[in-house]
Design a protein around this ligand. Structure first.
Ligand SMILES: *Cc1c(COP(=O)(O)O)cnc(C)c1O
Length: 799
């Protein structure tokens, strides 16, 4: 029976039962109730009608370990992938409901901070869609990423995100998949490589499975571990942890998965975070081994059937954990255990930022994971022998400084990952090159052939099909074959880039999407924006390296210019921001407040009405991204060159017809190559010229002194013009820019401003602009996460 017929039978039965239980008829159901019902039906359908994945002879199963999966709302996606979306649209219409409104009832599960977590979610979608056998392993946080709002002064305000899993039917509680996880305690040497670890306390992990429904593919689980303890215990015994300072976070074992740490690209070294990491790894590795053994296979065969992909270093302890099990539980020798282990793990590096490279205090590791520290020390010792054999005596000291896993009383997790993995990859070509040249040159020599690139991608099912139904319908009309399954088919619209009928259709879609976003902006912020203005979008986490303040300085300069020359020709512009700052990241929060304050002044200036407007939408999330992206004309990707590993927001925006205004950083480089240099706007220093700038000795203040436009913009931030005369509020931000400016905002200001003027100029020629945007859609098919997964298959996961 076709899925639709099976689905329709299940749907009818469930609707009847749901209504009978409540003594209601279907027309009386609220949208929330419809959501509950449709979600339950979809969940059952996914489990019952969709095949589970079985590995082919030449593939290994991928165990994707990630502390974050930013999945976003699932129901609409699952209905699409099940192929029953239109069926449900028609069914609920019979009762006067629209599916889009029903889907808005779903809470947006935010088990992630930003790009890294969203990447994991796109990869799960792609693996299920191209039938790469996989299990995603993560944590079932009780509180996802905080909710953001702005207070009266424009400051970020955070609230816990109790995402209400009690009303979240798209998961199954698998209480039977229980794992015990020990912490702290004593280690005794038994014989040879074998030790006995007697943990001081044990907690348990139980699994929640979210079925990932692939596009016309298979369903396979995202398995999320939640902690609980059988007996309450007193963590005060371990009372030198800083978390005890916080009254709102009285920790007991069952609270280990209570909250997602809200840091993006920054480590804060908290004990509870290390506990979460180990908990995640211990549950996942045990589950992998259990399933492997249950198939009648031996652990010697592990690498033939399984690969464990580490999404950044957060799950790095999985490496010593696997070795520990092989040695202490299964009786392998060190050599044998190491040989198995070093064929199983592959590591994805996501950052070069020093503050984001995880290092754990050796004493903390010794206390919480004493057995693992012994294993890490052994790996380090063997590494030293290898380094000594490979490098001359002159080189040795420097090489060991770079490669040692333990140095200055810190355990360096990236080093552990490089040494313990058979493959290491960066996430865009320029980033992968920098991993070799700047981060790990000695490792690259030592481990020849271990380093790779796999450029990130995004799933077209969510980021085009679901987010932009109008564009999808146009693509369906003009493309032969299913572009959702093979995004390279977008090439077929290349010849239409200059076709005026197609341009008109494409432009009308953009206009309708802008209208829909304008409505969201009005509902959220009470601002009516000019729908004919350029929608200029910067949506991403707030971080100094992403340089939202560079965007802001140009907005201030533009405002000042318009005030001084009210009649100058100007292409109207709406600057749209969204993004969260880590609660403890002072400078990022300053930038948020500054944008809100500038927005307030500009939006209340009658002279700016319909000319220059700034909309900062609160609480950036996957579902908000889905609303903003289809409406964007300009995609701001303005990080300092060398700092953004890849970015994926840049891909979503470009594919939806926004022109990239960016630096030569991360995947922008490849986007420019594929789209064509003439269809993007590139500005700013390059990796090489930043290096030269620093070698000369970068002095930010010189740019301030020599550039009047820049000076006036910064002065306006400093003199309280945007803060009701208060000169103190933005003093830290201004001081930092003038005296440090680690991310070279001032050095790129002039070039950025010119690029912005170039954008305005190009937009005035609508025919040329449309041609460019269409070519962006047509030429960027390779940024599908299906392509990324195939790269992983051929470069890394192959047998
Ligand atoms: C895509 C996405 C990101 C990543 O954005 P970048 O611009 O690549 O940093 C972050 N958050 C959400 C919700 C996203 O959808």
């Amino acid at each position: 029976m076709a899925i639709t017929a099976q689905f329709s039978a299940l749907f009818d039965r469930s609707l009847q039962a749901y209504c009978e239980e409540r003594s209601l008829n279907p027309t009386q159901l609220s949208e929330q109730q419809w959501y509950q019902l449709v979600a339950q039906v979809a969940h059952q359908a996914a489990l019952q009608f969709f095949p589970k994945n079985t590995p082919l002879a030449d593939t290994r199963k991928v165990n994707y370990l990630s502390m974050e999966f930013l999945v976003g709302r699932l129901l609409g996606n699952n209905l699409q992938n099940l192929g029953v979306y239109q069926y449900v649209v028609d069914e609920v219409a019979k009762y006067g409901k629209t599916l889009v409104d029903i889907l808005e009832q779903e809470t947006d599960p935010a088990f992630g901070n930003g790009g890294l977590g969203r990447l994991a979610a796109c990869y799960l979608d792609s693996m299920a869609s191209i039938a790469q056998p996989a299990v995603g392993y993560g944590l079932h946080y009780q509180y996802g990423l905080f909710k953001q709002s702005f207070d009266w002064a424009g400051r970020q305000y955070e609230e816990g995100d109790a995402w209400g899993r009690d009303f979240f039917p798209l998961q199954s509680h698998r209480a039977d998949f229980r794992q015990a996880v020990g912490f702290a305690g004593e280690v005794r040497h038994i014989t040879g490589d074998k030790y006995r670890w007697q943990p001081a306390w044990t907690i348990y992990g139980e699994a929640f499975d979210l079925p990932v429904v692939g596009y016309k593919g298979v369903q396979q689980p995202l398995r999320l571990w939640q902690g609980y303890s059988e007996t309450a215990f007193d963590l005060a015994k371990f009372n030198d942890g800083e978390y005890l300072d916080s009254e709102s976070m009285v920790i007991d074992a069952s609270k280990i998965t209570k909250v997602l740490y809200p840091n993006d690209n920054h480590q804060n070294g908290k004990e509870l975070r290390l506990m979460q990491q180990y908990f995640h790894c211990a549950c996942s590795v045990a589950d992998i081994l259990k399933n492997h053994l249950a198939k009648g296979r031996t652990l010697d065969q592990l690498a033939e059937f399984e690969v464990i992909q580490l999404n950044d270093t957060h799950p790095a302890i999985a490496i010593p954990e696997l070795i520990r099990l092989l040695l202490d539980q299964y009786g392998y020798s060190w050599e044998k255990a190491w040989s198995i282990c070093s064929k199983v793990f592959a590591y994805t590096n996501h950052t070069l930022l020093p503050e984001a490279l995880e290092q754990w205090d050796q004493n903390l590791v010794a206390k919480l994971l004493p057995r693992h520290l012994i294993i890490i020390e052994r790996i380090n010792l063997e590494l030293y022998q290898q380094v000594k054999a490979c490098f001359s005596e002159d080189e040795l000291a420097n090489v060991w400084d770079e490669t040692a896993i333990i140095a200055n009383n810190r355990v360096r997790m990236a080093n552990l990952c490089v040494v313990g993995s058979f493959a290491v990859n960066g996430v865009a070509q320029i980033h992968s090159d920098l991993v070799i040249s700047d981060l790990f040159p000695a490792y690259a020599k030592l481990f020849n052939g271990r380093f790779h690139n796999v450029t990130n991608g995004i799933t077209p099912r969510r980021w085009i099909r679901q987010a932009n139904p109008l564009l999808s319908a146009l693509l369906d009309q003009h493309i032969e074959g299913d572009w959702t399954q093979n995004l390279e088919l977008l090439r077929q619209i290349k010849p239409l880039a200059e076709n005026s009928a197609f341009q008109t259709a494409y432009a009308e879609i953009k206009q309708q999407n802008k209208q829909a976003l304008a409505q969201v902006i009005e509902e959220t912020l009470g601002i009516q924006v000019n729908q004919n203005a350029i929608f200029d979008v910067q949506i991403k986490r707030f971080h100094e390296y992403k340089r939202q303040h560079l965007n802001l300085l140009n907005i201030i300069a533009t405002y000042q210019e318009l005030k001084a020359n009210p009649d100058m020709p100007f292409v109207p512009r709406v600057f749209i921001f969204a993004g969260k700052a880590a609660p403890g990241y002072f400078m990022a929060k300053q930038i948020i407040q500054a944008i809100n304050n500038v927005a307030h002044v500009i939006n209340h200036d009658p002279e700016m009405q319909g000319k220059l407007q700034v909309a900062f939408l609160p609480n950036y999330s996957v579902s908000l991204a889905e609303k903003i992206i289809p409406a964007a004309d300009v995609s701001e990707q303005i990080s300092l060159a060398g700092k953004e590993a890849s970015g994926t927001g840049n891909m979503k925006l470009a594919l939806n017809g926004a022109i990239t205004l960016g630096t030569l950083d991360g995947a922008n480089v490849e986007i420019a190559e594929f789209a064509g240099e003439e269809n993007v706007v590139i500005f700013g220093h390059t990796v090489e010229s930043v290096r030269e700038l620093r070698e000369k000795g970068y002095v930010a203040r010189e740019y301030y002194e020599q550039d009047e436009v820049l000076r006036k913009a910064i002065d306006a931030l400093a003199d309280g013009s945007f803060a009701g005369g208060n000169q103190e509020i933005f003093e830290p931000l201004v001081y930092d820019l003038l005296n440090k400016d680690y991310f070279c905002v001032l050095a790129d200001f002039a070039s950025y401003r010119e690029a912005q003027q170039e954008v305005a100029k190009r937009y005035q020629n609508q025919t040329a602009w449309l041609k460019s945007t269409i070519l962006n859609t047509a030429r960027l098919g390779s940024f599908s996460s299906d392509r990324s997964i195939r790269d992983y298959q051929t470069r890394i996961w192959k047998k």
